[in-house]
Design a protein around this ligand. Sequence first.
Ligand code: RP5
Length: 169
Amino acid sequence: MANPLVVLLMGSDSDLPTVKEACAVLQDFGVDFEAHVLSAHRTPDDLTAFVRRAEQSGVRVFIAAAGGAAHLAGVVAAHTTRPVIGIPIQTSALGGLDSLLSTVQMPGGVPVATMAIGAGGARNAGLFAVQILALADPSLAVKLQEYRAKQVEQVRQNDKKIQTGLANG
Ligand code: RP5
């Protein structure tokens, strides 16, 4: 492992399309990260060893995405005191409610910052990681301000488009 600030873990390669949303945010902000498939259930020993190594190599934030009986974020949190952000993957069986509840309902003492189900949650996971890093990195804090300002501008433009569309019937 090089020295990434953020590590993204996913329980299966089938989670990758969602996880890519978080990767895109980290890339946009110029944050070094690594992404790996590691499963709390299928590769428990590899997961534990990885988290220990990652902590030693200086990883500041973990992001963990999993679906169904989604214990990945919780198990990562059990092995580190660094912040862990959970992404509940949308599932075909239960729409992701299974993933959400099994990620968010951590016992007191071992927190996981759980995002919303699916792509929006994954984007927010990336942003939340940037927000944590920005506490000690003023240049990232500036980029976050710019990101928000762009978002405001985008919504205002969308509103204008809608107003024009309504006025023209
Ligand atoms: C979870 O089981 C993974 O995070 C994935 O969302 C779900 C299904 O995995 P696959 O059967 O697609 O590999 O551990």
